[in-house]
Write a protein that binds this ligand. Structure first.
Ligand SMILES: Nc1ncnc2c1ncn2[C@@H]1O[C@H](COP(=O)(O)OP(=O)(O)O)[C@@H](O)[C@H]1O
Ligand SMILES: [Mg+2]
Length: 464
């Protein structure tokens, strides 16, 4: 007999009755009735025993089988950290070096952004060395073939099937014995042991848990695609994020054909890394020098425009940042910022007013990071201040200069990390001058750029 329960489609919270507001995540109108079989005692048992069987078939994971017993840390072989390069540098970077056996990765993004394209390209490359199974619930095998031809993916070791039912998928895995499994997408996959619709929280959680079990028990690397809702979260599976090792998020930047891949969670590497791609007719092409991309439409000689250097993960990026200061007709002038933290912007504006006496209380201040990037590092502070001053004075800054440095509440300019990397990137893009913290001066010798050392905001005002 089926009994019904209600699940929050945002966070997975369950209740026996319908609720307007979720007590767990405070979202409104997210409860949906889901039917559940009452005889769930042996739920997933068949799937578990199949997974056990697959794992026994896999000779390379045999040594892991008796793993349920505690083991001394130094007796555990560190084989599982070997990373297999996807040969797509931008993806390797985000994955923290490459693909790990038995890893479980979730790739999220809006419909049409290019998740299936990226996945198929990656699987094509991985299949040169590994046996790969691509299960699509969204496209027929003919459609996948058509796409593969366009992307020039052809391989004897890449197997594709159009299937959505978990019970059938796991049988195929057992038969084919792949090293890599990709499921496109979690919203279409379902297990017939639960009656609720594919894409509901119960299904997402159940299929996700089984995939995790499969990855960890057998060493198969699993990729899972998840669509995101219009609010920008991966639909339903907030529950999934705890299970997977890596959450990659695919988004477009500034509405162009450029795509940004970022790691939101990564058990095997840094989460600050970003990968940049361009969507072309032959598929996603890596953008090797994203700084050029973010600077290409920069206006020359405009007040309020500045180039800052931000380090995302290990990679320095040069980005244009713009400020606009205009007279306000409001009692409470506007502070609108995009791409940086608004509290940080308010703080810098306050420092400017207090320390320099810049009259901003009757001005609207707008700040925007060009290209839709989010800058998280405080090293953009000096650039933000320079842009505000430039717009305030209506005089452009040196177009061939970059700025970086953190600004403190007393108006002091504090040192930042990775100076050499930032300067190297600036120099290679033709910048001639760098405004940077005085304390960072000693690491700047080998560069063929004019270095302007700044120790306070007053110092900056005098030198720009
Ligand atoms: N023949 C084509 N030539 C160029 N680009 C294409 C072609 N077909 C599809 N695309 C691009 O691929 C995108 C679809 O990517 P896809 O990987 O299916 O996205 P997702 O899996 O995230 O929904 C489309 O938005 C389109 O821009
Ligand atoms: Mg797709």
């Amino acid at each position: 007999m089926a009994k019904s329960k209600f699940s929050c489609q945002s966070c997975g919270h369950q209740s026996v009755q319908w609720l307007g507001k979720c007590p767990s995540c405070a979202e409104w109108n997210t409860f949906v009735e889901e039917l559940e079989e009452s005889s769930v005692a042996n739920k997933g048992e068949r799937s578990s025993s199949l997974i056990q069987k697959i794992s026994q078939n896999k000779s390379r994971t045999k040594q892991n089988l008796g793993n349920t017993k505690p083991k001394a840390l130094n007796k555990i072989e560190s084989t599982e950290t070997i990373k297999l390069s996807t040969k797509i540098q931008e993806l390797d970077r985000v994955l923290g070096g490459g693909l790990v056996d038995g890893s479980f990765s979730l790739i999220g993004g809006e419909p049409g952004i290019g998740k299936s394209t990226l996945l198929l390209q990656t699987l094509g490359i991985l299949s040169e060395k590994k046996k790969v199974l691509y299960v699509s619930g969204e496209e027929s095998v003919e459609q996948i073939k058509y796409r593969a031809d366009r992307l020039k993916v052809r391989s004897e070791n890449l197997f594709v099937v159009s299937e959505t039912e978990w019970e059938k998928i796991i049988l195929m895995v057992e038969e084919l014995d792949p090293d890599v499994l990709a499921i496109d997408s979690i919203q279409t996959a379902f297990t017939n042991e639960i009656t609720s619709a594919p894409g509901s929280v119960s299904q997402v959680r159940e299929v996700g848990a089984r995939l995790m079990h499969l990855a960890k028990k057998t060493g198969i690397a699993v990729f899972l695609i998840g669509h995101v809702t219009k609010e920008g979260t991966i639909a339903g599976p907030r529950v999934l994020e705890h299970m997977v090792d890596t959450v990659l998020y695919f988004e477009s930047v500034g509405g162009h054909s450029f795509r940004l891949l970022r790691a939101i969670k990564n058990r095997f590497g840094s989460t600050n890394e970003i990968g940049v791609f361009e969507m072309a007719s032959t598929g996603l092409v890596e953008v090797k020098n994203p700084s050029e991309l973010f600077l290409q439409e920069r206006p020359n000689g405009s007040p309020g425009s500045v180039v800052v250097s931000s380090v995302e993960g290990n990679r320095p990026l040069l980005v244009e940042l713009q400020a606009l200061v205009s007279k306000s007709s409001l009692g409470n002038p506007r502070r609108t910022v995009l791409g940086i933290d608004s509290n940080r912007a308010s703080l810098l504006i306050a420092v400017l007013e207090k320390k320099i006496g810049l009259q901003l209380y009757d001005k609207d201040v707008y700040i925007n990071v060009v290209g839709g990037l989010e800058l998280k590092e405080p090293s953009a502070d000096l650039g933000i201040i320079a842009a505000i001053i430039s717009s305030f004075r209506n005089t452009p800054l040196d177009a061939k200069a970059v700025f970086f440095g953190e600004v403190g509440l007393t108006g002091e300019v504090r040192s930042v990390s990775k100076i050499e990397e930032r300067l190297k990137e600036s120099q290679s893009l033709g910048f001639k001058r760098a405004y940077l913290p005085k304390r960072n001066l000693k690491k700047t010798k080998e560069f063929n750029m004019e270095i302007v050392a700044i120790d306070s905001l007053q110092d900056l005002i005098d030198k720009i």
